[in-house]
Design a protein around this ligand. Structure first.
Ligand code: FES
Length: 155
């Protein structure tokens, strides 16, 4: 892999560099959290237009989840590919006081006060008063579409 201080040679290498750079952000104190199940996530820069993010499935590779950078949003979107093949997408802003949640042991965990959510954004443990903001997701053979405007087109 290209070292982070060298210019990336391709889109895939660019994404790998982003993943490497994002690791400390996703897993602060990685030594301790690695033991607790903190998992690095792929960071994906999608195409965006009309309130919709488009993620190429090939960018996810074999990963079951990714953080999707969303233009105009202060927090990335957590995209989960579930075992049954469906997808969910949630904003990584904790609904307690706004810290960024991170994937950890099959959950999304807030580093500030310990709230926990399922990967679909449902509250497992407080103090959060509400589930994560979720977005409708649709897909075709090659792409996943995250509908930030909440509108799912009818076919
Ligand atoms: Fe997430 Fe407080 S900000 S638990």
């Amino acid at each position: 892999m290209t070292p982070p201080d060298s210019p990336p040679q391709s889109r895939r290498e660019f994404l790998q560099v982003l993943e490497t750079l994002a690791l400390p952000l996703l897993c602060p104190g990685i030594g301790a959290l690695a033991a607790a199940g903190c998992v690095p996530a792929a960071v994906v820069a999608p195409a965006a237009s009309g309130g919709r993010l488009t993620v190429a499935k090939r960018d996810l590779g074999s990963a079951s989840f990714a953080l999707v950078e969303a233009p105009g949003l202060a927090y990335p979107v957590y995209l989960q590919r579930h075992e049954n093949g469906t997808y969910t997408a949630v904003l990584t802003r904790c609904m307690h006081q706004g810290c960024q949640v991170a994937p950890e042991g099959g959950r999304l965990v807030c580093p500030c006060h310990g709230s926990e959510y399922t990967t679909s954004g449902i509250v497992i443990k407080g103090p959060t008063p509400a589930p994560l903001i979720s977005y409708p997701v649709t897909e075709d053979a090659d792409r996943v579409y995250i509908h930030l405007d909440g509108k799912v087109p009818t076919v």
